[in-house]
Design a binder for this molecule. Structure first.
Ligand code: SAH
Length: 373
């Protein structure tokens, strides 16, 4: 299999039509400068951030600490609407909801909300499409359209927090508890926007949502330069590495970026992250029938991970259009788990939430054309 050319440059300027700037694109001190650049007092930035992040308000007419006649114009300047809901589809009696969003230039992305008994997780997109080309993932098939801005990523999270607070999911109002960068895109290939978003999530009110870093998961195909940068940030998010096989030969076909950074390099970068942050990392492993689910591979993975502070998430392969691959047999999955446990490696088999609505891992494609457009 030939290795597709992969763009590795951080934050390359591939955005064609400029995305409107939003306060979520800036640090708290920059937000004050931006307010001043609009001829506003700096404190307006803090007031608007409070309405946005703390009150989750999208109705400027309720912003009573700002004069009525300028509320709308200030809202338009600092919090322009960056994402527009096209459609929501639900399953699991409404406990799983996939939202399709249209960005200002017509580009489509998806996010998925999942309510559990004690928490709600939102899975968000960091890019429209993805340039990593993993053949079993639907998002990779159409290639990368563009990076999302921090504002566009943050808007997905704030929309999810609003939906939770307003009791849109069955079971009544609840606080959004977890954010996973496991939707469309490779988060570490859009590093600056993703890090700004992580700070918007973790900064306490009024600068951000005040959700703890440990509730945030950044999942990567294994961009070692990105993992190294993340290590330097000193912010302890959960790192997930999409490994999918313990041997380089197969990994080069499943995760083509392996030709740039191999398994040894990826795991040692993850180890350094763990050492610096004290956070156990996750190894993501989609079990593909007769491709990567043999007991010898489980054995090799067990040996690779037994002395590492890592947890394995086995994901039964979710079907994607045009792929001939399918999920492992139940007995092979059980044997894989048994072998890993024999090495003392913590392992869980991920549920297949959202599969019926093409909202599970690797199924987000946002390919639907909008007939009502
Ligand atoms: N680009 C990042 C984040 C997005 S994918 C990454 O690869 O980690 C989130 C997870 O879903 C990854 O572990 C990915 O490998 C996995 N995945 C992709 N396609 C899948 C499929 N068809 N079935 C199950 N998991 C899949």
């Amino acid at each position: 299999m030939s290795i597709p050319e992969i763009k590795l440059i951080f934050d390359e300027p591939i955005q064609r039509k400029k995305v409107p700037k939003h306060l979520a694109d800036y640090s708290p001190s920059e937000r004050r400068e931006v307010a001043k650049s609009f001829g506003l007092p700096a404190f307006r930035a803090t007031q608007v951030a409070t309405h946005y992040f703390s009150h989750l308000s999208d109705d400027p007419q309720t912003w009573s600490d700002i004069p009525a006649d300028v509320r709308q114009s200030i809202a338009d300047q600092l919090t322009p609407k960056l994402i527009e809901l096209v459609r929501s589809v639900t399953c699991d009696d409404g406990m799983t909801r996939k939202d399709l969003w249209k960005l200002h230039d017509g580009v489509l992305v998806e996010s998925v909300l999942m309510r559990y008994s004690d928490r709600v997780t939102v899975c968000i997109s960091s890019q429209a499409g993805c340039g990593m080309n993993c053949p079993f993932c639907a998002t990779g098939q159409a290639g990368l359209t563009r990076n999302l801005s921090a504002g566009e990523i943050t808007e997905q999270i704030v929309a999810a927090a609003r939906a939770c607070a307003r009791g849109e999911l069955p079971g009544g109002p609840i606080r959004l508890s977890n954010i996973v960068f496991m939707g469309m895109g490779e988060p570490l290939a859009n590093y600056n926007a993703v890090m700004r978003t992580v700070r918007n999530i973790t900064d306490p009110s009024p600068d951000g949502l005040g959700i703890s870093a440990r509730s945030v998961t950044v999942s990567t195909v294994g961009l070692v330069n990105g993992i190294e940068k993340l290590t330097e940030e000193g912010i302890a998010v959960t790192l997930a590495v999409s490994l999918h096989t313990p041997d380089d030969e197969l990994r080069e076909t499943l995760v083509p970026i392996n030709s740039r950074w191999n398994i040894k390099e990826v795991l040692s970068a993850a180890d350094a992250y763990e050492k610096r942050t004290g956070r156990r990392y996750s190894i993501e492993y989609a079990l593909i029938r007769d491709i990567n689910d043999q007991s010898w591979r489980a054995d090799l993975l067990g040996r690779l991970l037994k002395n590492r502070n890592a947890h394995v998430n086995l994901i039964p392969l979710n079907p994607t259009p045009g792929s001939k691959w399918t999920a492992s047999r139940r007995e092979d999955e059980a044997e894989f788990v048994r072998i890993l446990e024999g090495y003392g490696v913590p392992v869980t088999v991920r549920d297949t939430r959202g599969r019926e609505i093409d909202g599970a891992c690797g199924q987000l494609a946002a390919a639907e054309k909008i007939s009502a457009d």
